[in-house]
Design a protein around this ligand. Structure first.
Ligand code: BG6
Length: 473
């Protein structure tokens, strides 16, 4: 069973996880540049600025900034139809507050797009993938009303500058990371999505709600602007979708599924349906959180709905009205005893992808692009390659479910982007050793190594999948 002829077989990346060269080209610091490396058991530390004696993986990353030609040549050899990448906001507006953009930063991305087009690879650009300029974060991030204006200015620059070169855009990556605030782990995730250091904020729950609200407004404004500047633009937004299962057949647990979905999906209600849902307003009122949904904002949400939904899918979760002795699982659900877990504690659930696609299709009636799906694991590099049959199996099982969702369930899906075609720095832990790529990058967790690229076994496998448009897995 094949997918549509123009299906976007892709791979994704983010500037802060691959570019490096943070002191070059007039770039300012972004919020991820000051995140130290961590591990599964040691949280990344977020410092005020780059401090001596600490290792910051974004400083060097995999040096895509200097290697982009070689990397894109490899992506072309892999046969990618599309490459998801982000623009580092602080490369274009170093503090966020400048009146004029940094031409050198603009030129860098111009060069990258030209290189992609040389190989007929369609760029899919995330406008903000965790890369808010540090200065904006210092000024209160999205809780500062001026941040929306700074983001609008940045978007206007991108839509104008890259008109005709970029058609597919994502306003934000995973804005639902900022809806949690209740433990240390969340601090890192919330920071990545909101730019807020929660331990320095008086009322984290209020601050995050306000922050999410501003992000939603900013996204709607970007969608409207992007369509005005170029009606050809297709603009989406990314949310990590975590399908939830009821832990037991207790009715209370099924109800918990719905309430747990509310936690993230109110964002999709705004982005896709164009209204701020009543259930969320009720919840805020009960918790004493104050969010003013004005008529003007509702009109904005209505006008600024996305053209497609960008789904990041890694794992599922389980909901229960009370703990019942379950271990904590991925993204604040409980661990599902019928699923296997990888070394970083993420459960492997291919069927969950089909469930997610169906759920979103039924509820939102928007085309979906799977903007991320992948397996992070420690690869063994032997004789110049990695025999990563486990990665092939992971992708095979997930793509099978994607094809079933399209062919058997009638889901509209425009594309599938693996995370990430080339090894890069892990966002949650800052490690290199949590590897996702079809291409191995010879660097360790402290940035030691030759930084050379090597094809893994999965490289030829994915190439063949693309060549046969998903017919041969
Ligand atoms: C997503 C992010 O949450 O997951 C990516 O959008 C990230 O930036 C990916 O890299 C995988 O997570 P991690 O923490 O293993 O890099």
């Amino acid at each position: 069973m094949k997918l549509q002829e123009n299906f976007l077989w892709g791979g994704g990346s983010a500037a802060c996880q691959c570019e490096g060269a943070i002191y070059e080209g007039g770039k300012g610091l972004n919020i991820m540049d000051v995140a130290t490396s961590g591990s599964r058991i040691r949280l990344r530390e977020i410092t005020e600025t780059i401090e001596e004696g600490k290792y910051y993986p974004s400083v060097k990353a995999i040096d895509f900034y200097h290697n982009y030609k070689e990397d894109i040549r490899l992506l072309a050899e892999l046969g990618l139809k599309s490459f998801r990448m982000s623009i580092d906001w602080a490369r274009i507006y170093p503090t966020g507050y400048e009146a004029e953009p940094n031409r050198e930063g603009l030129q860098f991305y111009q060069n990258v797009f030209d290189e992609l087009h040389k190989y007929h690879i369609e760029p899919l650009v995330t406008i903000c993938h965790l890369e808010m300029p540090l200065e904006i974060s210092r000024q209160g991030a999205w809780t500062n009303p001026h941040t929306i204006e700074m983001y609008e200015k940045y978007c206007r620059t991108l839509f104008t500058e890259y008109k005709g070169k970029v058609k597919y855009w994502l306003t934000f990556n995973e804005i639902n990371h900022s809806v949690f605030y209740d433990n240390d782990d969340c601090m890192v995730y919330s920071y990545m999505a909101s730019g807020l250091k929660l331990n320095a904020v008086d009322n984290p729950e209020q601050a995050l709600a306000a922050s999410c609200y501003s992000v939603l407004k900013a996204s709607a404004k970007a969608v409207i602007m992007g369509h005005q500047i170029d009606p050809e633009n297709k603009i989406g937004c990314v949310l990590a979708f975590v399908p939830l299962y009821s832990a037991t057949n207790c009715p209370e647990d099924s109800l918990a599924v719905i309430h747990d979905y509310d936690r993230d999906l109110f964002l999709l209600d705004v982005l896709c349906h164009g209204y701020f849902p009543k259930y969320k307003i009720n919840e805020y009122e009960k918790k004493g959180i104050h969010i003013q949904v004005t008529e003007e904002d509702n009109a904005l949400f209505q006008k600024g709905t996305v053209d497609f939904y960008g789904m990041n899918y890694y794992s599922s979760g389980m909901s229960a009205a009370e703990n019942r002795g379950y271990a904590n699982g991925f993204f604040h659900g409980y661990r599902n005893p019928s699923l296997k877990t990888n070394a970083w504690g993420w459960e492997d659930d291919p069927v969950g992808l089909r469930y997610a696609l169906n759920y979103v299709d039924r509820r939102y009636h928007k085309p979906i692009i799977i903007t991320e799906n992948g397996l992070g694991c420690a690869d063994e590099f032997i004789n110049g390659t990695v025999i990563d049959d486990y990665r092939i199996q992971y992708f095979r099982e997930h793509i099978e479910q994607l094809i079933k969702a399209v062919h058997e369930d009638g889901v509209t899906c425009w594309g599938y982007y693996t995370w990430a075609p080339i090894d890069l720095v892990s966002a949650s832990t800052g490690e290199m050793s949590k590897r996702y790529g079809f291409v191995y990058v010879d660097l360790d967790d402290e940035g030691n190594g030759t930084n050379k690229r090597y094809k893994k076994k999965s490289f030829d496998w994915y190439k063949h999948v693309i060549e046969t448009n998903g017919e041969e897995l």
